[in-house]
Design a protein around this ligand. Sequence first.
Ligand code: GCW
Length: 684
Amino acid sequence: NQSNDYQCWLGYNKIQEQELLKYYRELLRTIVITGDTPVIKSAREELIKGIEGLTGIDPMIADAPEEKTFLIVVKSGNPYLDNLISKDILAKINEEGFLIKSVKRNGQQKIIITGKSDQGLLYGVFSFLRMIQMEKELDDIEIINNPVNSLRFINHWDNLDGSIERGYAGKSIFYNNNQLTDNLDRIIDYARLLASIGINSIVINNVNVHREETKLIDDKLDMVKKLADIFRNYGIKTFLSINFASPIELGGLSTADPLNSEVRKWWGYKVEDIYAEIPDFGGFLVKADSEHRPGPFTYKRNHAEGANMLAEELKPFGGILIWRCFVYNCQQDWRDYQTDRARAAYDNFKPLDGEFLENVILQVKNGPLDFQVREPVSPLFGAMGATNQFLELQITQEYTGQQRHLCYLVPQWKEVLDFDTYARGKGSTVKKVIAGSLFSQLYGGIAGVVNIGDDDNWTGHTLAQSNLYGFGRLTWNPDLSSGEITDEWVRLTFGNDPVVVETISQMLLDSWEIYENYTSPLGIGWMVNPNHHYGPNVDGYEYSRWGTYHRADHFGIGVDRSVKTGTAYAGQYFEENAIRYESIEFCPDELLLFFHHVPYIHQLKSGKTVIQHIYDSHFTGVEQAIVLKKKWEGLKDKIDEKRYSNILARLSEQVEHAKEWRDVINSYFYRKASIPDELDRKIY
Ligand code: GCW
């Protein structure tokens, strides 16, 4: 299957501009790329595929650079570079980074792509191909590009039966009927997509590890091995989510107590078995004591004891143990105003700072609750200076329109990454915390719960491909701007026509705010249908045990999380943020109802009352959704039919569904508050 839809941003469509095409053809006739490791082979294949597609020529691959060779891809130790590139420049490349540099040798223009590792070369090749796809001139280039985060992770919530928890784009591309699928070619294409955006680690099964998946470390290990063999060729390490109760379920032990010596021994043997099969196995990801998953609490042990036990066994093999902080009481009584789910991660983990082994990483969701359209940043970031921390983002759009609505998440993620925790004074941003640079930690990175499945276009909504692309680019370099990433993705995916680039970029960049407008106002979340989480239901979670409330009554709405009168969640932040969130006066409008319960007639900083804001944003949101669709219709002649109609169908559904959201939310609050809309629009 070679459709544009399937190829995503690696379409390598022929350059349209004739002069430029001639120029590239001239330059890329012969290339040198030396080495025959699996990763270099992948790089070579990609380079050929890319050049063939983009220029229509079949490049000659030479073994050694000749006078007329233009493109030379060699490792940094290669003697050919000796008089061409200074040691100072080479020293600036880190383990996985690369250099792309134009040089002159005997009067001949050349481009060198180099790096210290095979992976560096692979990333360099992808980056070079991107430049051509974006129709860049190739003289006078010097790009030193190093990944900021050492671990750039994709998490799959795939189950072995082929289902995907919170998947909105078909079935698993890995599994079917408890076996590996036959379509390994598709998995190779997936590895290419991931490597092209710098991903170097993957967890291949759901964090909720059920019966069949528990066996992946046992008699189903060959499936893991086969996947690891594919991913390895693209510089990607394979990890597994494991079941903390495995010693009981697989080993027949009576306990999974992390301090029990039989349990430790059992894990020790297991880990040995795994590394015997997969010597570069990455390690484990664990969801423990969370939403009914087993964990150390059962044995009155804490999370450090649970995590360290596994980390110790992984350590001799260089393995890593990732422990999730999504731990909270999911049996709350809605009448209880003291317990606050938002507090849970911090309350559970902060006291354990310093107790985790060096190869343990804590994986923290971006917000304190659960991937809502708007949440404050989790106060745990920066609060554990002696512990490795990962940021967990959700690429799959569970609460943001399930890939039927357009909701481009890069701007949201940028806000998270740029958020100043003040952990070590001003400038202690989340991106520094998780890269490990703020506290000089060994490991750092970002994990994203992926949005792909076996739909032809991978992501259901073709435009949702941009979220995966953007995620990868941000994990590589969190300093890239939303604008840059968006511009890249649109050009690579749809070509360089300025109208196309401008229109789609704008649609993407506006979409998060639009989605927020017609769904949840001012930091209130959870007004969705229970279980599947699609569509409006204001009280869907209001009287349930999940700890997710809006507390709306006739007079007002919002959750009081202040220290003074509420749950004291606001006090979990470092002072600068704590003060800001504590007071109604300083709290930013977009998070007001997350932190405070206020009357509907409370006046926002925008000058509007809360209730008028609710009405206005919902009416505006629908109008904006209609504009999105119109903008897309304007591109009809510029986009291939398949993608055009896929996206049009989704945008049409979005418009209709946005109206449903508007009317349900507005009617609910109109009926609750009995305050009329100042503009007297139709509310039911
Ligand atoms: O958001 C919730 C999801 C669950 C998910 C859980 C988690 C994998 O609704 O489907 O389980 O979070 O992150 O563990």
